[in-house]
Write a protein that binds this ligand. Sequence first.
Ligand code: ADP
Ligand code: NI
Length: 214
Amino acid sequence: MYNQTIIDETKQMVRSKLLNEGSGHDWYHIERVWKTALNLAEKEKANRFIVELAALLHDLIDDKIVSNKNEAVKEVLYWLEGAGVSSSDSEKILEIIENISFKGGNNKRLHTIEAQVVQDADRLDAIGAIGIARCFAYAGSKGTPIFDPEVSVRETMTEEEYRKGKSSAVHHFYEKLFKLKDLMNTKAAREVAEERHKFMEDYLTQFFNEWEGQ
Ligand code: ADP
Ligand code: NI
């Protein structure tokens, strides 16, 4: 059953945990994913309560943020129980957040519309104007250059090759960002992704023109 107080309290809890997070998973990423997920949930007729909570909690068990994933899962369950979420809803929420990472979702098609919507919302935040900003911010935080013309831009390069440093922010567009459009689960997200994808293509056209001094 929908319960606004649980949503509000969860929002406050996640906000206080992630407000100063520096790896691209800060509170404002969560807030955007939550808003986008809500929007997609309406269009796709998904269960709004499950979608909202899963979106708010989706990064709290990510091993890029927490050192002990099992502990983090326990904490999320403890939170949901304490907030008064039924155990069947808690299980659904946990299943979503455990399955939506890029790698996990890459291998496995998600079966519930709620999981699909939250994954789509998370992926939409990695593309378009915001996605470009996150990409360059991430590269900056790792000391990776904006572009390296010595490394060819090949879509066939593996994520591992890029992570080994044969990379630049612009290479990440080919490694991941341009692939996301075709990985959207829902029609509503695909429509948004098309537009954001086009924006990134136009952005790189301009980028390479400027790179050549034009
Ligand atoms: P997710 O949000 O799916 O967990 P990541 O943690 O991999 O994604 O990335 C967080 C943000 O940083 C995303 O916007 C992503 O595109 C960007 N990012 C991840 N890896 C790189 C990279 N090697 N170079 C530039 N940006 C990256
Ligand atoms: Ni996320």
